[in-house]
Design a protein around this ligand. Structure first.
Ligand code: AMP
Length: 626
């Protein structure tokens, strides 16, 4: 909470008590039958205090962005959304059947904007970086999403109305409660306000238990019925299906496009001449059965994702083109700033990487490229920030994650996630499929490396463990370096060591003569490793919605008798670049207009032709420079 808000909250609380005390004094004077001038003076003083309180209230509302601010945002959004729906940019799907929450169609101008955004995405990323584009199915067999962890962990925390069974997203309820309290309840103390702001800052970091405890502590109930809520529990967001008529082959609609790329890694690596780094890209539909979709196009159940998987050597995450983005400077919101209640600040990207705020150059390079992509599309650079994930928000295997967040009428919204996912995905699919998804680095000269060698003495193990010998041998060979060195030390000091064999489900005793563990120098001609992956993941619908808002304004008509709603799109995304119409309605000019129109079509420039002579300038102007 910033100092001005803190001071204002304190002043408001003091003025509130002063008003109450003075009100009490007036009532007491009246009850005691005091003289009229005395009562009038007390009332005058009360009115003065009330005026002062109202003035502080206005300042406080302005400081917290509530009151008029949020009302204006609502009105603004309504104007944008009404224009978008009236002009068929998008349409609630299955509208004649009353629609389904979280599903939307793009209408003609919406399709044109989307296709322009995707064309620019391909140019800015796929072409620029020579990425390998793929197009994989949406229906995905269970085994793939089991390996990736989605079957077990792709969940949001849900609470249920205990009487009606209506479901809500637990974190959304807590967020709404905190925001509403902060904006509408001006009488809360500065300490309480600071606590609520802290809850908002760490919301994504809260565990199920912490979330449940906060919901109880604040007495949050079901928004529609005010009934009590259940404890939060995980709900898997994937749409389940089965592949083929037997019903025996479970599958899911993919929740992201990335897995299609990971499972193709071996072929793509070969296609790339067995060289790293390289990136693969995919644009396609993703499906998430959101618990309670709201916020229009921002949270939907089917949406277009554009994803990049950039594979890189984990020992070398430098990027040859980093210098091209190092001088960019924009709003960054590192983890520490969030935890300490500060706001985002401008940091040069080069500095963010050199100071270790951003984990590595490749991640930094993509953050810079995403910034350029969004601002060139028409996103306002002052309403764009890069927010680092908090510790718990980030998957345990991730090295670092940043979200490109765009401010719109709904607040700051994550539109692109940029994550260094380390080697997690390729390792997971290697283990499950048995196909090694690895890369090799061939050495120019063979290198001598010290290697740990574990040699089980099968004869002794056979005598000791008989039919279980094979399981013990396999377990010994599978020890990692730390375990092996610990066993070596124990065998040397105590002649024997307890050893847990998981396939037997018990401890056995390994004697010194049953295994030799040593470090040997070996010559190696290559290094085999699992690449790390850096993943920028773009929610195209969210970007487009923010673009609609950032391009929108209203102006009076020429006659001044009505307000016109205008989208001032950059030519790059404008659905229609220009209109051709003769100024004078004569046959010869109509012919010329048709020729111009044909030339524009040949050049691939979208336009409208109007030879009716009654050309009305479109209510929506497309392309300011087009
Ligand atoms: P995630 O894999 O959750 O990081 O999501 C990647 C991107 O997809 C996000 O940055 C959002 O832009 C977008 N996204 C995620 N969920 C939704 C949704 N329900 N509706 C629309 N876009 C979404």
């Amino acid at each position: 909470m910033d100092t001005s808000e803190k001071i204002l909250r304190q002043a408001f609380a003091e003025k509130q008590s002063a008003v109450e005390a003075q009100g009490h004094a007036v009532r007491a004077l009246k009850a005691a039958g005091a003289a009229k001038p005395e009562i009038d003076a007390a009332i005058e003083s009360l009115n003065g205090l009330k005026l002062e309180k109202a003035s502080i209230e206005r300042q406080l509302q302005a400081a917290i962005g509530g009151g008029d601010g949020s009302l204006n945002r609502e009105t603004f959004r309504q104007a944008v959304v009404n224009t978008l729906e009236r002009r068929l940019f998008y349409i609630p799907s299955f509208k004649i059947y009353r629609g389904v929450a979280g599903l939307y169609d793009y209408g003609p101008p919406g399709c044109a904007v989307k296709s322009n955004v995707l064309a620019f995405w391909r140019q800015h990323f796929v072409l620029e970086e020579n990425m390998l584009e793929v197009d994989c199915p949406c229906v995905t067999p269970e085994v793939v999403l089991k390996a990736s962890g989605h079957v077990d962990k792709f969940t949001d925390l849900m609470v249920k109305d205990e009487k009606t069974g209506t479901c809500y997203r637990a974190d959304h309820l807590l967020k709404d409660f905190c925001n509403e309290k902060l904006q509408k309840d001006l009488s809360i103390s500065p300490e309480k306000a600071a606590e609520l702001r802290h809850v908002l800052a760490v919301l994504d970091d809260l565990s199920s238990e912490q979330l449940g405890a906060k919901i109880k502590e604040y007495g949050i109930t079901a928004p529609d019925t005010k009934n009590p809520l259940s404890d939060p529990y995980p709900f898997n967001l994937m749409f389940q299906t089965s592949i083929g008529p037997s019903g025996l082959s479970p599958g899911y609609m993919r929740p992201e496009t990335a897995q299609g790329i990971f499972v193709n890694f071996k072929d793509l690596y070969y296609y790339n001449g067995n060289k790293l780094p390289f990136a693969a890209a995919q644009i396609g539909q993703a499906f998430r059965n959101e618990i309670s979709p709201r916020q229009g196009l921002l949270r939907v159940r089917e949406f277009t994702l554009a994803e990049i998987e950039h594979f890189v050597d984990p020992e070398n995450k430098s990027h040859p083109k980093f210098s091209e983005v190092a001088n960019l400077e924009f709003l960054m919101f590192p983890r520490e700033e969030q935890m300490s209640g500060h706001s985002a600040k401008r940091i040069p990207l080069g500095e963010a990487v050199s100071r270790g705020i951003v984990n590595n150059e490749t991640l930094g390079y993509f953050i810079g490229r995403v910034y350029l992509f969004l601002t060139r599309l028409g996103i306002d650079k002052d309403r764009l920030r890069f927010r680092q994930h908090l510790a718990n928000e980030m998957a345990h295997y991730a090295a670092d994650c940043w979200d490109a967040e765009i401010e719109c009428s709904y607040g700051w919204i994550e539109c692109v996630g940029i994550a260094d996912r380390s080697a997690y995905d390729l390792r997971a699919h290697s283990e499950k499929s048995g196909v090694a998804l690895v890369a090799q680095e061939k050495f120019l000269e063979p290198r001598e490396v010290e290697k740990l060698v574990i040699n089980p003495v099968k004869k002794e193990l056979g005598l000791a463990f008989k039919g279980n010998q094979r399981m013990v041998v396999e377990a010994l060979e599978a020890m990692n370096e730390k375990e092996a060195l610990e066993m070596k030390a124990t065998l040397e000091s105590k002649e024997e060591s307890p050893f847990y064999v998981c396939t037997l489900g018990k401890n056995v005793t390994i004697k010194k003569n049953m295994v030799t563990i040593s470090k040997e120098i070996k010559k190696e001609h290559q290094r085999v490793f699992t690449p790390s992956v850096i993943e920028p993941s773009f929610g195209i619908g969210r970007i487009i919605f923010c673009l609609f808002e950032h391009s929108f304004y209203t102006r009076p008509s020429k006659a001044g008798d009505e307000q016109l709603n205008v989208f001032r799109f950059p030519p790059l995304v404008a659905p229609i670049k220009c209109t051709v119409f003769p100024l004078v309605q004569q046959q010869q000019y109509e012919e010329v207009a048709k020729v111009i129109s044909q030339s524009l079509t040949t050049a691939g420039i979208s336009h409208k032709i109007d030879i009716t002579g009654t050309h009305v300038f479109p209510l929506i102007c497309f392309g300011s420079k087009g």
